[in-house]
Design a protein around this ligand. Sequence first.
Ligand code: NDP
Length: 311
Amino acid sequence: MSDLLNVVILGSGCAGNTAAIYTARANLQPLLIEGQEPGGQLSITTDVENFPGFPEGIQGPQLIENMKQQAQRFGASYSDGRILHADLSKRPFTLEVDNGDKIQTRTLIVATGASARWLGLPNEQKLIGHGVSSCATCDGFFFRNRKVMVIGGGDSAMEEANFLSRFGSEVAVVHRSENFRASRIMLDRARANPKVQFITNTIVEDIYDVGKGEVTGVKLRNVKTHESYDREVHGFFVAIGHIPNTRPFAGQLDLDTDGYIISHGGARTNIGGVFHAGDVQDRSYRQAITAAGAGCMAAIEAERFLEAEGH
Ligand code: NDP
């Protein structure tokens, strides 16, 4: 069992790193446990052009590395590993890490993020950042006058299709059935968009990168007629939902039906001393800058909580 810590931060995306910078500068000597996807979603992004302060853009992994160095400069510690179990029933909280560590902490900032759901196609992971994306707001700009495709039939898919129509020469929404989970208004808006075309009852069987290392096309199959055919595509946006990384907290933190943390105001959860930051609570904005802002809020709340308790 390690010494009792003031602050442990779970997750190393924008939210976790920003919480580390703020709590380190407040002299709380935070420990950040990096989690299963070190660097979070930015670690699998290439150019980030919408994070303020970088007029020429910055590579996602570099932005994360910069934040980490900034936090370490003020005394934050980083540890690799993933939380296996968290006991939040009494204070201090106890965390079991998969590297064998058992940690006790006065406050906890949960910034474990949400992972995009993927189709699981052979080339999909390899082509992330090279035409395959799960975020139109982040990557749509790179497909000006190019052919893009969105997979999914929910609100995310409709929102992405409408957004991408500002850039792409054409936007094809491919959905595996003809029943849409998307709300009526979002669906109607996409249907009324002259650049958006719907391909229903259809699944993607393969993503091609013929000799280029970037997306060149896809193989589609109509599940009713069983007909397969190829289609030229340059931007392939997967919008089939996200999975919040909250499993170790189930039954302790208030979670909604999809597993997202329910906020109890500001960065507070239902448990005093446990705070949320970033996509683990946010199903709406999901941006690097909003996650960073949420990390700052959680850090300030943790600091105030400790101060009120006389630490
Ligand atoms: P949803 O779960 O609502 O929709 C997921 C879609 O992906 C469904 O059409 C589903 O198809 C499809 N899908 C799932 N798995 C696969 C697969 N393996 N292959 C092919 N298709 C698949 O997720 P969203 O991200 O769209 O939305 C999540 C929540 O966020 C919702 O509550 C939504 O309302 C909300 N939201 C709201 C927005 C807004 O109001 N502006 C914007 C974005 C999201 P099927 O139906 O056949 O299962």
